[in-house]
Design a protein around this ligand. Sequence first.
Ligand code: 5AD
Ligand code: SF4
Length: 465
Amino acid sequence: MTETRANSKKLFIKTYGCQMNVYDSDRMSDALAPHGYETTLDMGQADLILLNTCHIREKASEKVFSELGRLKELQDERRAMGGDMLIGVAGCVAQAEGEEIARRAPVVDMVFGPQAYHRLPDMLARAEAQRHLHPALRKSIVDTDFPEEDKFEHLPAARKEITIKRGLTAFLTVQEGCDKFCSFCVVPYTRGAEVSRPVAQIITEARGLVDAGVKEITLLGQNVNAYHGLGPSGGSTSLGELAYLLAEIDGLERLRYTTSHPRDMDDVLIAAHRDLDILMPYLHLPVQSGSDSMLKAMNRRHTAAEYLEVIARIKAARPDMALSGDFIVGFPGETDADFEATLKIIADVGYASAYSFKYSTRPGTPGANLGDQISEAVKNERLWRLQDLVNAQTTAFHAACVGKTLPVLIERPGRMQGQVGGRSPYLQAVHLEGSPELIGSIHQVEIVGTSTNSLVGRLKEAVAA
Ligand code: 5AD
Ligand code: SF4
């Protein structure tokens, strides 16, 4: 199929959930571009709408069904005007509830899971072939198989022109799926077993991104530090080893990775934090709870003390390391004492930021079969207390940056004329006076103040990077 302006069709993707979905949405639009689909930000213009869904927390599927209800109205309007619009549901809700979505929402033309994205052009061709049929006679195409082949080999690498639009930072998925089976989590079921991409593929994609102007890459994986991809000499390569290899790419200035499991912070990865300037001193390392009995019930496979030991090792290698985490309150059986232990571990670690959630039962996970569910009122109260503590820590972390000089990747014009904005190594937004020529590179910035959720800086002239 050739791409011409005249027959170009419009694609709108609505992305829910994690960064991996953001990456996948970009790959889907890349895969459809050669088939004449151009991405639009206006849903009303779209010939194809894809919902890239997330199943991690509560009400995921209800949200999808209500969005599909709204899309049906749009589709009806379009058909009343003699046009049409195809609808696809992708992502983890599609993986978990494939046939059910097709049954409950016949408006959907395609339902497909994250392992089927490379087959999207083929599914779309089949959906388009049904267009001459009366809508009632069209059949939804469902693909939730976990294929043997490597989907990344079949997906186009990030296209240059799209990358430029994405700016100076980009995601790069290196690992997908998870073998940890935390008892609350759907990921091992929706994303499947842990799979790592070969090193050569990753290096090629990273080089392509850097050639297109990207300065900062965030490596993505559901359990990213369990990465063990096929290495250059045939053996398995760990995430730490991969970081050393990526550090050799000329022009790549910053490297991050997320999300990590405490058990997989091995010595090489920690040494990489000591040795590699491009590896940013900011680590998302969820612990979920500070209580050993909760950690056991959650099947996290480590104790609170072991988590703290890992952090001590990381800080010994990289003293300025800042941490972020995820917490779940109200896991079945969580007592007041368990919750206090969570507050204690937060106080001990001192997070730069953290995400916290009320436990919600995910059908099909071991947690769903546990008794002793915690009431909504208790969950709410615990969440507020936890968030108060974390917010105070975030504020303190920002305040502690005042007076320091930090390298800031200047990414965009600021909100006001004459200002620019960027990110510190610790992912904080930084605003400063400066001309647009600063955009695209790292500058030394003295932090002179804080405002809500961001830092105020002043450009340090003539300071060596
Ligand atoms: N209930 C609440 N939070 C959850 N998370 C994952 N599953 C659940 C669940 N069933 C949270 C965890 C995880 C983050 C991505 O989402 O904290 O680290
Ligand atoms: Fe889910 Fe646990 Fe795997 Fe993270 S490590 S994706 S929480 S099962």
